[in-house]
Design a protein around this ligand. Structure first.
Ligand SMILES: Nc1ncnc2c1ncn2[C@@H]1O[C@H](COP(=O)(O)OP(=O)(O)OP(=O)(O)O)[C@@H](O)[C@H]1O
Ligand SMILES: [Mg+2]
Length: 168
């Protein structure tokens, strides 16, 4: 066993949409090709606010907008040819409709994938991922809960924890 045992979950209270986006930016800076981030939470919880920060931190050329009328937004960055796919499953009835967005190709492991409403396609998701649940506490307060499954995501969560502790 590894001598370094890391916790596989972390929670955090966000006090504003900007703070949620900033947290996303910190996380986005740490992502590598193949990473999968699932964003669970009710309508208006802050999933897109978090996704926007993730894409910004990763280096997306175009800012993230709400993908409600487009199920997938593909982002590129200048530093390499990796892509980030921002997927919104809200309007998908279930896994049987995933072919309509070319999901097999999206989740192939080459790119970064950020998914809103991942619970709608749970059966189609790899078991290893970083799962983020956003719960509304009050008008501007959110409980953010991060859970890592698999070595890569425990490592990512540990790096995220260090990044937050280090300040900027
Ligand atoms: N602490 C917070 N974190 C995130 N969003 C917040 C927070 N406080 C208030 N908000 C507001 O909540 C809303 C979140 O909207 P956002 O589009 O990110 O939610 P969503 O979870 O993606 O919703 P949908 O299910 O419609 O996709 C925004 O209007 C934002 O300003
Ligand atoms: Mg959204």
């Amino acid at each position: 066993m590894s001598p370094i045992l890391t916790d596989s979950s972390l929670d955090f209270i966000s006090h504003s949409a900007e703070q949620t986006t900033r947290l996303g930016t910190r996380l986005g800076e740490l992502l590598r090709p193949g990473d999968l981030i699932c964003l669970e939470g009710g309508l208006g919880a802050g999933k897109t606010a978090m996704a926007a920060g993730i894409a910004r931190g990763w280096g997306a050329v175009e800012p993230v907008s709400s993908p409600t009328f487009v199920l997938v937004h593909e982002h590129t960055r200048l530093s390499d040819s990796t892509r980030l796919h921002h997927v919104d499953c809200y309007r998908l009835s279930g896994v049987d409709e995933l072919w309509t967005i070319g999901f097999d190709d999206i989740i192939s492991g080459r790119d970064i994938v950020v998914i809103e409403w991942p619970e709608r396609i749970a059966e189609a998701l790899p078991g290893e991922r970083l799962w983020i649940r956003i719960e509304v506490i009050e008008a501007t307060r959110r409980l953010l809960w991060f859970e890592a499954t698999g070595d890569r995501y425990r490592e990512l969560l540990e790096a995220f924890r260090h990044s937050l502790a280090g300040g900027r």
